[in-house]
Design a binder for this molecule. Structure first.
Ligand SMILES: [Fe+2]
Ligand SMILES: [Fe+2]
Length: 276
């Protein structure tokens, strides 16, 4: 089976070693003193390390079947980048634990679930699930980079972490997809898994948020609800901001690089202060 030809020159996938101080993360409600958005950010960070390890494993399973040397090289870059993301999110997770979020419990729980899924789903569906999650993270990355207001209330070091993570998610966004196309190639399966996992992921994230808030003994107040309403559901909010790009995945001929956002990588390179 051959991979679909992307319509753009895909960017190089080079893992970057980053350092974030995180010493500016001193408040439990670090997002605009908002319990709902802060707990969402904490839950998201908690699921990254086990999730990214799962992504790596699902791609590695098929690595030997990939004959294209360029794709092999991109797989190497993908594994390196996801490994670093996982490492940095573990660091911020330890800080989040210190300020009061019991994220280690979430990490342990999602790890167990992913291991169970790996056995229950089998390699094709497990890889399809990775492809879907990579699409969701890439779409979220584009949203965050093009709507800086959504990260503005965060401490600087978390903002830097998420911006770096976002551009690398864009750089490697089609690796799992291209591996799937080459090694499995069943588009129908991809769409079904994607639809199901969207529902499961949204429900799981909500459940984790509820748990984190309960363990923190915090009942959201009116201000929390209004702020979270804006963050998620406003015209330029997360859900509506991601909707169009998210839905593209259901097209028969979709390839992640149909959404050409290479300019965002160049912009980050110009503005982040990172020296290659
Ligand atoms: Fe990542
Ligand atoms: Fe990724």
């Amino acid at each position: 089976m051959t991979a679909m030809q992307p319509i753009v020159d895909m960017p190089e996938i080079k893992p970057r070693k980053m350092k974030f101080p995180f010493s500016d993360v001193t408040e439990q409600y670090f997002y605009d003193d908002n319990a709902l958005v802060s707990s969402f950010m904490a839950a998201l960070s908690a699921v990254f390390p086990p999730g990214e390890m799962g992504f790596i494993e699902s791609v590695r399973y098929y690595r030997d079947e990939i004959t294209d040397p360029e794709l092999q090289e991109r797989i190497g870059g993908f594994i390196g980048q996801e490994g670093h993301h996982s490492h940095q999110h573990k660091k911020i997770n330890a800080v989040l634990e210190d300020v009061g979020w019991l994220v280690s419990r979430i990490e342990a729980d999602i790890s167990k679930k992913i291991n169970y899924d790996k056995k229950r789903l089998g390699p094709k569906n497990f890889l399809a699930a990775t492809v879907g999650m990579e699409h969701i993270t890439a779409v979220m990355a584009e949203y965050m980079l093009t709507n800086p207001h959504c990260l503005a209330p965060l401490p600087q070091s978390i903002r830097d972490l998420l911006n770096w993570h976002a551009i690398e998610e864009i750089e490697h966004k089609s690796v799992a997809f291209d591996v799937y196309q080459e090694a499995v190639g069943e588009r129908g399966r991809l769409r079904i898994v994607f639809a199901l996992q969207t529902v499961v992921f949204a429900a799981q994230m909500t459940a984790y948020q509820v748990k984190l808030l309960r363990w923190a003994k915090r009942t959201p107040n009116f201000r929390d609800v209004v702020g979270a309403g804006k963050f998620f559901f406003a015209k330029k909010g997360l859900i509506r901001g991601m909707a169009k790009n998210y839905l593209d995945f259901y097209r028969d001929d979709f390839h992640p690089w149909d959404q050409d956002n290479r300019a965002l990588i160049d912009e980050w390179k110009r503005t982040s202060g990172y020296v290659e």
